[in-house]
Design a protein around this ligand. Structure first.
Ligand code: DP6
Length: 350
């Protein structure tokens, strides 16, 4: 029995709920996991504001269990199958979940083909819808607990999704550096320990390569099981946390830049030394990275990058700090390395 085990007494009825959940971008990356979605190391991310998934969930009580899903109006049977399996997996926590039929309509605010991961915002939104239903069926009225349970359930759908439930900087995975951190759900990083410079940040995603990723995250995580550098990497993530804690407090942007870029390159290095090996960067990714480094050397301005498990580049820069100069450089010099002049402009403010 855990605190998330569902109550056995409930009364179900037809319901329609809508929820929205943003995507997130990790600074210290989750890469490698154990059974039941337990992360191999702690991670921390910024929750975005513009890139979101909006989801409408209709529940028809007492009908035979089935799931129909629509993405941007188009029926997606493959996604429905994934959700059915997910619902079966979490029945222990929501005992009513298989007692009805679902129609789930979902849309992303970012382009579908962009390669921006939709699993974090997608599972985040679904978990929020499920908790709305759960609260109404079980009569629970504890919003803080419901959010924690939504994060717990989102994690079982996609690990990084559990961080999207909270705004600001969010931690997932147990670390001695953050009180209350857990492998089972995410916790917001205490805002009084964050220097002002990190509370208002831009994340512009350069769409270097649109379309399907060459390796799915589940395959990628699996490759860490046999990666000869895995244990050292997991250890390093813990070390990065203790460095980051001081950086966040002091506002040392140069150390922040160094740490965040190192994390992104480590993720890609892990893929390069996996068996089989993957190179997820494209020519454009490398060109952009070199130009950013050159620009920083010349101007000393805080423009830097992080990467997901793909070729796109997330350009990070604090809001208000010579923003216009940075934006001009991005448009004039970096945009040309994207596939279709693709850039998604997001922001984090808290
Ligand atoms: C590189 O959360 O997509 O974005 O748990 O298998 O669904 P699953 O993986 P997922 O992995 C995300 C990996 C990452 C880093 C991160 O977000 O921390």
């Amino acid at each position: 029995m855990s605190e998330f085990t569902g109550k056995k007494s409930f009364e179900i009825s037809d319901q329609k709920v809508t929820e929205s959940c943003p995507s997130n971008i990790a600074l210290i990356k989750y890469w490698g996991k154990y059974e039941n979605q337990i992360p191999a190391n702690p991670s921390i991310s910024y929750t975005l504001q513009i890139c979101k998934t909006n989801t409408e969930m209709e529940f028809f009580a007492d009908e035979k269990f089935s799931v129909e899903t629509y993405l941007a109006g188009k029926e997606e049977p493959k996604f429905a199958e994934k959700i059915e399996n997910y619902f079966k997996k979490i029945e222990e926590y929501l005992p009513w979940i298989l007692k009805g039929k679902y129609i789930i309509k979902t849309e992303n605010t970012f382009p579908h083909s962009s390669g921006i991961a939709s699993s974090a915002s997608g599972f985040g939104a679904i978990a929020k819808c499920l908790l709305r239903l759960d609260d109404s069926f079980s009569g629970c009225n504890d919003p803080k607990f419901s959010l924690k349970k939504a994060s717990f359930l989102a994690r079982l759908g996609s690990g990084s999704a559990c961080r999207s439930l909270y705004n600001g900087l969010v931690v997932w995975g147990e670390t001695v550096e953050v009180d209350g951190s857990s492998d089972l759900f995410a916790t917001p990083y205490p805002s009084e320990k964050i220097h002002e410079i990190f509370r208002s940040f831009n994340d512009w995603v350069l769409l270097i390569h649109e379309g399907e990723k060459s390796v799915s995250s589940s395959v990628g995580h699996g490759l860490m099981n046999t990666n000869p550098y895995a244990e050292r990497r997991f250890q390093e993530a813990h070390e990065s946390f203790s460095k980051l804690k001081n950086i966040l407090k002091s506002g040392d942007i140069n150390s922040f830049i160094k740490l965040v870029e190192h994390e992104a390159l480590t993720l890609h290095a892990m893929m390069m030394v996996s068996d089989p090996a993957f190179i997820l960067m494209k020519t454009g990714t490398l060109a952009v990275i070199n130009k950013i480094w050159d620009f920083r050397k010349k101007t000393g301005l805080p423009l830097f990058f992080t990467l997901d498990a793909g070729a796109n580049v997330h350009l990070l820069f604090p809001a208000n700090e010579k923003e216009d100069v940075l934006q001009e450089f991005i448009i004039k010099e970096l945009l040309q390395h994207t596939q279709n002049n693709g850039v998604v402009k997001d922001v984090m403010k808290f």
